[in-house]
Design a protein around this ligand. Structure first.
Ligand SMILES: Cc1cc2nc3c(=O)[nH]c(=O)nc-3n(C[C@H](O)[C@H](O)[C@H](O)COP(=O)(O)OP(=O)(O)OC[C@H]3O[C@@H](n4cnc5c(N)ncnc54)[C@H](O)[C@@H]3O)c2cc1C
Length: 390
């Protein structure tokens, strides 16, 4: 059961996804700070349990673990959804992470000596709060003109489980990231009739691995080289890798790969199977969606395909407004200042917001330890201040 209002926790993490689990582990193991992780879901790492059936990591399993425990080698180079769920469950058990599940935090409010969390299970007071509610909290679909008149089905990629419901149907997938590519390939392999892939900005397309080396490890090698030095080399290798893809609808991306990641947060798309499906004519790459009518979609080139289903792989929002918006800590775009992990102020910390170039899981592992150190230092300083005033 959750502590009642009069009890102060040392640290409460909101969110039992990889970020929250990693920070909780570091706080307990390295700093002896008693930490509880609350989550609105009924199980930890819930976003991983709901990923689509054929999901595989697009970062290598060897580098995608949390602090203190590797993903078992039996999961191979590209662990599946089920491998990852097993891994996170085992992480909770072996790292002795204390969870309070089915507990939604509605608002974080300043309180004397720390924070008060208004939750569905009552109020919790804590000296330090760590926001780890995820960069991918709420599915977003662009407000396309006419969307409400569409008579077909609209599905967000976050709700796509497998291709079965779309057999023998014409489907427009919107987006050019990894989810869009995976979904288009699954539709092509599992009997959808016609598949269009609507792309606004041409993505950087990379292979999952080049020879024995996974692409994300190769990109890691370039981590310290400036974009203007490395991008021409990557651009050349992309052209050698795929040839000219413009006849298939994939134009040249407007900026180099590393510059794109740094400036826009868009990571490259793993495209081995997608390019094969496009070349085989199973997936047709088309321009961006401009508007929607009852039975057709108007694209940027004026054409108007008539899908029965639109699958919007159009991203997610962090949706932090309700939780902390009233504190004035969010920037104009609803984000938290300070990068992927930070001390927002007064004992409120955050991790997992932002898109790191070479894999969020790796970034979580790297950021969790320094953040836990900051939390522990804050608690130590706060308890000194209390002792002096007493
Ligand atoms: C389709 C997809 C594929 C990805 N593939 C990879 C990959 O291959 N490699 C990689 O490195 N990264 C990948 N990522 C990115 C990233 O690693 C994951 O999204 C990861 O789960 C982020 O962890 P997190 O803990 O920050 O957020 P989440 O996993 O989203 O966890 C946040 C938790 O907070 C809880 N929560 C939210 N609001 C509240 C509230 N108000 N009260 C209580 N609990 C709340 C949620 O229930 C959730 O359990 C992928 C992301 C997506 C969407």
């Amino acid at each position: 059961m959750i502590a009642r209002t009069q009890d102060y926790r040392d640290a409460v993490v909101i969110g039992a996804g990889p970020s929250g689990l990693a920070v909780a582990r570091e706080l307990e193991h390295k700093h002896g700070v008693e930490t509880i992780v609350v989550d609105r879901a009924a199980a930890p790492a819930f976003s991983w349990r709901t990923r689509y059936d054929n999901f595989r990591l697009n970062t290598t399993g060897f580098l995608s673990h949390l602090p203190g425990q590797r993903i078992p080698l039996t999961a191979g180079r590209w662990p599946t959804r089920d491998d990852m769920v097993r891994y996170f469950d085992d992480y909770v058990a072996r790292q002795h992470i204390k969870l309070e599940l089915g507990c939604t935090v509605n608002e974080v409010v300043p309180a004397a000596g720390g924070w008060l969390l208004e939750t569905s299970s009552g109020a919790i007071r804590t000296r330090a709060v760590i926001l780890a509610t995820g960069n991918y909290r709420t599915p977003t679909i662009p407000p396309w003109p006419g969307l409400s008149q569409f008579t077909g089905e609209v599905v967000h990629s976050g709700n796509f489980k497998n291709a079965w419901p779309f057999r023998n149907r014409d489907v427009l997938v919107v987006g050019a990231g990894n989810s869009a590519a995976d979904i288009a390939v699954q539709l092509a392999n599992n009997g959808a009739r016609r598949i269009w892939l609507a792309v606004r900005t041409p993505p950087h397309l990379v292979r999952r691995a080049i020879g024995p080396l996974p692409s994300d490890i190769l990109l890691e090698l370039f981590a310290w080289v400036p974009a203007k030095a490395v991008d021409p080399i990557i651009g050349l290798s992309e052209r050698l890798m795929w040839g000219d893809l413009s006849p298939y609808g994939f134009g040249r991306p407007p900026a180099g790969l590393k510059a794109t990641v740094e400036q826009t947060g868009r990571i490259p798309t793993l495209a081995d199977e997608l390019i094969a499906a496009v070349r085989a004519g199973r997936v047709e790459v088309v321009p961006a969606v401009e508007a929607i009518e009852a039975d057709r979609v108007i694209l940027a080139d004026g054409s108007g395909p008539s899908p029965q289903v639109i699958i919007a792989a159009t991203g997610f929002s962090r949706d932090l407004g309700g939780l902390v918006g009233q504190l004035g800590v969010l920037d104009a775009r609803g984000g938290l200042p300070g990068g992927f992990a930070s001390h927002v102020g007064n004992g409120m910390f955050a991790i997992g917001y932002g898109i790191p170039p070479n894999g969020p899981l790796r970034a979580i592992r790297r950021a969790a330890s320094p953040l836990a150190r900051e939390v522990a230092a804050h608690l130590a300083a706060a308890s000194c201040a209390t002792a002096v005033h007493a």
